[in-house]
Ligand binder design. Structure first.
Ligand SMILES: [Zn+2]
Length: 258
């Protein structure tokens, strides 16, 4: 079958697929008004923190161990940028596609929890979710919302556990840290079988090997790859079709065509 445009080809592939793997990054959440950050650090990409650290250092496991107040200062700023933002039409369309095609999966590098909010169930949040907080010393768990509610105006960072006084941290992957075991094993299971008819890469330039790997594998297995991104990326060369535009707009155009 020949198609007049990449969009028409993408519409056809998405419509006829039984199972789709969506790989999503900051570009998808940019449509919710979030800055396109690299991992948890890109709000400050290329800049130094007030203390003169690279953001990767401020948001690293070793900084959190020795000077948690510094790590928390920047976690807090990133959290504030995400606060009150919510999922957008792009997340909603991906969740809707999963409802129609139950073997659809999402692999995301975003920590904003928007796929979860939008209703995606087959979801691998490979860098964790910032909204979930836990104590490093005991079994206490909380949410960012509860933390904000309890702290009101005066916030003393780092926050401490109300049960044991231990440090509270968000359930995200800091620099130098391993990826979460459960998410990794889910990812490897998918990579083992690669049961997808189409892979759609949305709003990520895939600087992370664990984001790149499934795309490379899809290419090797001749699974069609659709890239949704306003700019050229390292992955563009692997993609069968490029939709050059915003994530929500292009997902909408690819799906709402009936
Ligand atoms: Zn505790």
């Amino acid at each position: 079958m020949t198609h007049s445009t990449p969009l028409a080809a993408a519409q056809d592939l998405i419509k006829s697929a039984n199972s789709i793997l969506f790989i999503t990054g900051a570009g998808l959440s940019a449509d919710s008004g979030l800055p396109t950050y690299r991992g948890v650090g890109g709000l400050y990409e290329g800049q130094r923190t007030d203390e003169g650290y690279a953001i990767e250092t401020a948001l690293s496991a070793s900084m959190f161990k020795h000077r948690p107040e510094i790590t928390w200062k920047y976690l807090w700023q990133i959290g504030s940028a995400c606060y009150q933002a919510r999922f957008n039409q792009g997340h909603a369309i991906i969740a809707d596609i999963e409802k129609n095609k139950p073997n659809t999966w999402v692999l995301t590098q975003n920590i904003d929890g928007f796929h979860h909010q939008a209703g995606s169930k087959n979801l691998i949040e490979i860098h964790g979710r910032g909204e979930r907080l836990y104590c490093v010393a005991c079994d206490f768990e909380s949410t960012a919302e509860q933390l904000l509610a309890n702290y009101q105006q005066t916030i003393s960072l780092p926050p401490h556990c109300p049960q044991c006084g231990g440090l509270i941290r968000p359930d995200v992957v800091l620099f130098e840290e391993m990826l979460p075991e459960k998410a990794l094993s889910q990812l490897y299971q998918l990579l083992d079988t690669m049961p997808f008819d189409v892979v759609v890469v949305v709003g990520t330039s895939a600087q992370f090997p664990h984001i790149q790997q499934p795309v490379v594998l899809a290419k090797q297995l001749a699974i069609p790859i659709i890239e949704i991104n306003p700019s050229e990326t390292e992955l563009s060369v692997l993609a069968s079709y490029h939709l050059r535009g915003g994530a929500a707009e292009m997902l909408n155009a690819s799906w709402a065509n009936e």
